[in-house]
Design a protein around this ligand. Structure first.
Ligand code: GAP
Length: 441
């Protein structure tokens, strides 16, 4: 694993952001649990996305569909027949690889020449086999083929099968969008880079339904909007994000055109989000497989048609990893590690510390916590030296530190410390809330 990622993994565990799943049992591959700060951070990111989609855009509404769906959905979507990765095993050491990650061209590759990067043996690779990434389960007590169900590999299909119900109930007129945040599952062959590629993850997807002839314009609009989200809403350094267009060999079975938004992670450029023109692929297939008429009726033109769909599909966990990587800063001069989260994203906004545990300072500090906590997440800390307390919160990414000292008792002022600069202001307690809010944007 990349060195910086290793340091981030260790900080995430130490400060309660992210833990390996089932650690006391030796861990469970490619699944992670989110601790108190990780949960806050993840919620803050998903709320920003939700607000951007459903509040900023009057023509986008939300949905929360089930993880389990009728198995025919996945036949219609093409996932049963198409959602495969080519897989090879090293016969010597049993290491498993995605074939396309070992060789540029799977069909033309001579597998007798391929070297195992784990044990170093050449010529012991199996031929590639197709491996379906969907997790299969059974509904009800009997394990037979008629009871098969899948854990959804994308949230999108829940939107497609509900699109007419949503449109009718909310009287949506084209163009309109449906947004959803939820878990997705993929039995990834090679899971690596911490939370980048996991078997259980969350997607934030928005499906935008447009007239068939306006898909190119909508694609342009959403590419631009989604790209701007990274610097403008998440505060990610602008030159750390870029577009990558899918060539014909990379296009998913449903896509007419696809662009990835990539972030420059410590291990290299990699996808966080996809913007796809899915045209009418999904709705045509659902009409065919369900036998239901899924056409939209346009009252203005009296036309019936299957809308085209522009999809924006982001991985919440990958977005979180980008936010973590972007925020990670080793302040060598001051011998500290700082998570420079945008204050809006920071899991805790402020820590309140009494300088000492006596002289009425803890009571005063608690009053300040009570006063601030209706406005944002705030923490009380009286454990250890003040310097240690601050450095602990620098690692947690808490942007504001408030210290209650003896002068507070005399004149009702506190020190307000800023995480990144370590600059401190003396602020009267009645101006504290405004001082923090002014620095939150
Ligand atoms: N509905 C379209 C769709 O699912 P995708 O490119 O396969 O498209 C969209 O996935 C996003 O979901 C990716 O950009 C990525 O952020 C996230 N994602 C996909 N597989 C993932 C995995 N195994 N672990 C974490 N995130 C994943």
């Amino acid at each position: 694993m990349d060195k910086t990622i290793e340091k981030i993994v260790s900080l995430c565990k130490r400060r309660g952001f992210i833990f390996q799943s089932s650690e006391i049992y030796g861990g469970f591959g490619a699944v992670y649990d989110y601790g108190p700060l990780g949960t806050e951070l993840k919620n803050n990111i998903s709320q920003l996305w939700w607000r951007e989609m459903t509040r900023v855009h009057e023509n986008i509404v939300g949905l929360d569909s089930g993880i389990l769906m009728h198995p025919r959905v996945w036949e219609a979507s093409g996932h049963v027949s198409e959602f495969h990765d080519p897989l090879v095993d090293c016969k010597q050491c049993k290491a498993r690889y995605r074939a396309d990650e070992l060789v540029a061209n799977i069909e033309d590759a001579d597998w007798n020449q391929v070297k195992c990067s784990k044990c170093g043996t050449t010529g012991k690779m199996t031929s590639p086999r197709q491996f379906n990434l969907m997790f299969e389960t059974h509904v009800g007590p009997v394990e037979e083929s008629s009871s098969v169900a899948y854990l959804r590999p994308e949230t999108a299909q829940g939107i497609y099968v509900n699109y007419q119900l949503v449109q009718g109930a909310m009287r949506m007129k084209i163009p309109f969008g449906i947004a959803q945040i939820g878990k997705a599952f993929r039995n990834e062959i090679v899971a690596r880079n911490f939370i980048f590629r996991t078997r259980e993850f969350e997607q934030m997807e928005m499906q935008y339904f447009v007239k068939p002839d306006s898909d190119n314009d909508a694609m342009k609009e959403w590419k631009e909007k989604r790209f701007r989200f990274y610097p403008d809403s998440l505060g990610i350094v602008e030159n750390k994000v870029r577009f990558h267009e899918h060539g014909p060999d990379e296009l998913a079975h449903y896509a007419k055109e696809a662009w990835d938004i990539e972030y420059e992670f410590p291990f290299g450029w990699a996808e966080i989000e996809g913007v796809h023109n899915r045209n009418d692929f999904d709705l045509v297939r659902h009409e065919e497989f369900s036998g239901k008429n899924l056409k939209y009726f346009d009252q203005q033109t009296n036309e019936r048609f299957l809308p085209y769909i522009i999809e924006t599909s982001a991985g919440l966990n990958r977005m979180l990893l980008a936010v973590l990587a972007d925020a990670y800063w080793e302040d060598k001069e001051n011998n500290r590690t700082v998570m420079k989260f945008h204050p809006q994203l920071a899991p805790m906004k402020a820590v309140v510390c009494p300088l000492v545990k006596k002289d009425g300072l803890p009571e005063k500090a608690r009053n300040i916590v009570d006063f601030l906590k209706p406005h944002f997440s705030v923490l009380y800390d009286q454990q250890g030296s003040i310097g240690k307390r601050y450095y602990r919160q620098d690692e947690a990414g808490t942007p504001f530190g408030i210290t209650v000292d003896h002068q507070t008792i005399e004149d009702d002022t506190v020190t307000l410390r800023y995480r990144d600069t370590q600059h401190q202001d003396r602020v009267s307690t009645d101006k504290l809330l405004t001082a923090i809010q002014d620095n939150m944007a």
